[in-house]
Design a protein around this ligand. Structure first.
Ligand SMILES: [Zn+2]
Length: 299
């Protein structure tokens, strides 16, 4: 993915590849809306330059969810352009209080590594809370698609024949690198992948994968990877294990070498999301034994 590459996908819809894929949607003759703003001020500056190259001024921002690499450019665009921010309700709360992210990853006052800028963006207000349905913006009508799972209240945005999917799904390369990709709610993430199949768009733009017109293939791949993790964890839970032991066993089994506390806590949180999914499906149960909480497959 080349940084700074601006690509047209439909008459009035573009994306800027800037570490992650950011959307630019023309909303009137002179204005545009941005879908996700990247990691920080630099991303904000590149978005302003990209919009200017199309003779457009950024008037609004739509955030798909509250991870720092998706709203970190908001601060700059609000200050510089007076952009109006649209975001779903739970994600708005985190964007307004970015400390919530490291706080829930650690489950208490976090260790300092979890408050660095990849996990804690600069505070951003949200002016308009959005939910699924239509969103009128300037002369344009957009469709908001609920895609919860990766984040509790994530959304996707459809403009013309283009669907911006946020982090509802990831590239093959991302799966091969991270093995257990962060997820908050496994059941909802799987439902969201099925919902994506029904979205009428020609082009799909995941934040962390090349845009594709063959979304079914990428959905199948993501479902298979998640199902693979479910099966692996169930295998491990043939013997009782704590959540941290499951993480260690998964990492060993899939040759995943975690090297930073950030990676450790993100992956542990994802493992816990799979464990609660297995409990919900009655495929695993949990119990306390001598002050340790064990997980075990039910059959
Ligand atoms: Zn994310």
């Amino acid at each position: 993915m080349k940084a700074g590459k601006l690509v047209q996908l439909d008459e009035d819809v573009y994306y800027l590849a800037n570490g992650i894929n950011l959307g630019i949607i023309r909303t009137s003759a002179t204005e545009c809306a941005i879908v996700d703003t990247g990691l920080g001020d630099d991303a904000g500056k590149r978005l302003v330059a990209a919009a200017e190259s199309l003779t457009l001024r950024i008037s609004s921002i739509i955030n798909t969810h509250s991870h720092a690499d998706h709203f970190g450019g908001n601060h700059y665009l609000i200050k510089k352009m007076g952009a109006v921010v649209y975001a779903p309700v739970f994600e708005s709360a985190v964007m307004a209080n970015p400390f919530i992210e490291p706080f829930f990853l650690f489950g208490a006052h976090p260790i300092p590594e979890l408050t660095e800028r990849f996990l804690m963006g600069k505070r951003s207000r949200a002016d308009v809370v959005i939910s699924d349905g239509y969103l009128e913006m300037g002369e344009r009508r957009l469709t908001v698609v609920p895609l919860p799972g990766h984040s509790p209240n994530q959304i996707g945005v459809v403009a013309e024949a283009v669907c911006f999917t946020g982090d509802a799904l990831f590239s093959e390369e991302a799966w091969k690198k991270h093995i257990i990709i962060y997820v908050a709610n496994v059941g909802k993430a799987l439902d969201s992948l099925e919902r994506l199949r029904t979205v009428g768009a020609r082009e799909f733009v995941p934040s962390h994968a090349e845009p594709t017109s063959e979304i079914a293939k990428l959905i199948d791949y993501n479902v298979a990877r998640m199902q693979g993790i479910v099966d692996s964890i169930l295998h491990i839970l043939g013997e009782p294990a704590t959540a941290e032991e499951v993480l260690k066993a998964m990492a060993d089994r899939h040759a995943l070498a975690m090297t930073t506390p950030q990676q450790y806590y993100l992956t542990l949180s994802a493992v816990k999301a799979y464990l609660s999914y297995l409990a919900e499906k009655e495929l695993a149960r949990y119990y306390l034994d001598e002050n340790r909480l064990f997980w075990e497959a039910t059959e």
